[in-house]
Write a protein that binds this ligand. Structure first.
Ligand code: SF4
Ligand code: SF4
Length: 278
């Protein structure tokens, strides 16, 4: 069993409690308009266009349509491959077994509190994560999942047993807004927030604030109502930034400081104990 690993950031202070190693898996089941990692959404289709475009020969393909191999050592991270790809997919993937991924992150353990898996959507690989988290926990480190909430966690007891905390996106407050923004409905994320909060496994919910795209006040009202009964759960309000988004979204307005403060006040008034604005 393998999962496509896009990137490993050895030390991160923004992916859960303390100092954590963040692991990004390739592939997502949503396509949010403002995605900040659009190169992680699609899995490579094997067309081969990027292989010829790579300036240092870090990509290869044994047969047309077959898998693209990536030489991590040769790559100079110019991202020509991603820009060449018609679906803006990254071929810079290593398909790793849980044990192989564990060996990659273990050297950082003396300096970290644990690992956080992200994406793309790491929830697409729950069986893989169950094995990987098991190894991490056996080594005495904590396991956090950063997720869009679109993969139901109900009934996944084995996975939940080895998951310390989840950080779940709440992207919109109404079904209509959620579909317009992400292409998918709201209910799976809401159910996952309810479930993990009830189990004491919800670290935070996260909303990216983009003015005029969705009804941000409605989103925050819903988020506050979901986590207010759980004072240990924080609400992170993330200011939309243009950096890293698709060209088509790069001139979108960023939210004002006043709007962020208004939304923070709304969450606090809704009973949330801790609201972070970033
Ligand atoms: S990012 Fe790496 S794999 Fe992609 S084109 Fe540049 S050198 Fe080649
Ligand atoms: S990453 Fe894109 S361009 Fe490269 S082989 Fe896969 S589908 Fe083709």
């Amino acid at each position: 069993m393998t999962a496509p690993v896009n990137k490993i950031i050895p030390f991160s202070a923004v992916d859960g409690f303390g100092n954590r190693t963040a692991i990004f898996l390739q592939g997502c089941n949503q396509d949010c308009l403002y995605c900040h990692n659009p190169e992680t959404i699609h899995l490579c289709g094997g067309c081969g266009a990027c292989v010829a475009a790579c300036p240092v020969g870090a990509l290869s393909q044994e047969r047309p349509g077959g898998p693209v191999s990536y030489d991590f050592e040769k790559c100079v991270n110019c991202d020509t491959c991603i820009r060449t790809c018609r679906q803006f997919s990254s071929p810079k993937i290593r398909n790793l077994e849980p044990q192989e991924l564990f060996e990659q992150v273990r050297p950082f353990f003396p300096f970290t509190d644990g690992i956080t898996t992200s994406g793309g959507e790491c929830g697409l690989y729950l069986d893989f994560l169950t094995e990987f988290y098991r190894l991490v926990k056996a080594a005495g480190k904590t396991t956090y999942m950063d997720t869009n909430g679109q993969v139901p966690l109900a009934g996944r007891e084995e996975f939940l047993a080895v998951t310390d905390k989840a950080m779940i996106d709440l992207k919109a407050g109404t079904e209509e807004d959620h579909i317009a923004l992400t292409g998918r409905g709201l209910s799976a994320a809401v159910e996952n927030i309810r479930l993990t909060a009830r189990l004491g496994k919800l670290y935070e919910i996260r909303t990216v604030v983009v003015p005029e795209l969705v009804d941000n006040r409605e989103t925050v009202r819903l988020g506050a109502s979901l986590i207010a009964p759980y004072p240990e759960v924080r609400y992170k309000l993330i200011r939309f930034r243009r950096y890293g988004v698709r060209e088509s979204f790069s001139s979108t307005k960023e939210p004002s400081g006043e709007l962020m403060e208004e939304l923070k006040a709304l969450a606090l008034a809704g009973g949330v104990k801790e609201v972070l604005v970033t």
